[in-house]
Design a protein around this ligand. Sequence first.
Ligand SMILES: [Zn+2]
Length: 279
Amino acid sequence: MKSCLRVVSIVLLVCVLFAAGCTINPVTGKKQLTFIPEHQEIALGVRTAPQFEKEFGGKVDNLELQEYVAEVGAKLAAVSDREMPYEFALLSSDVPNAFALPGGKIYITAGLFANMTNERQLAAVLAHETVHVAGMHSVQGLQRQMGAAIVAELIGVAVGGEHAESAEAATKLVAGLRNLKHSREDESQADEYGLKYMYQAAYNPWGMVELLELLQSLSQSKPGLFGDFLATHPLTSRRIEDVRDIIAQDYSAYSPQTPDPHGQHFKQMRGLLESVTKE
Ligand SMILES: [Zn+2]
């Protein structure tokens, strides 16, 4: 009887929470206000994806490369804190970049892939983006920036409205997502839990340090070429230090000197990308 009452009170509590738009962040387990339901979040990603893919030169036209990126991504999606229809793809743009759309579509550009030297760096960037999806960071940012009611209405029109209206609403959502700047808190969350996902997917977490150092050196050596990854993912030496601290504390069994067991395969794939993009 006692436990039954407890169940009833938990259900009541959950109802009260949902009525107020309060959900639990699947990554941190903390309460947060989310007004965009999950099916709308997924619809938002599906509706805006073609425009983003086009802007970044479309998907690289090679099945082996797409399957490779999808395979590495799938290992991270499998350990993520939120079940979503995750999809990972390689885009043709030579500007180094990576981003996630709400709902689980995650992209890396050829320009970033070509500058990496092993698979754990690829896993690091995909893990970081997977946390942005699992933690609902984009949809939270969008509702903060545009207002939840407006976002919900735009998604409704973009998905179900008349052709011209639908296109206009989709364009507004694309612009909103493009201008989105992740908060510093979301960035550290994506780094911290990205390390956890890497570890759970059997990747050496040092790949995250290598990735951040690569991004830092790319932004210094080719500032003009660099895309908006730095704008949407503020990169400071502080982030690198924080990641090093977490590794020292939680993943100290790993060493940066250990060669990546998938390093050779990665280099083959990078060679393949080079030959595909030369065509
Ligand atoms: Zn980020």
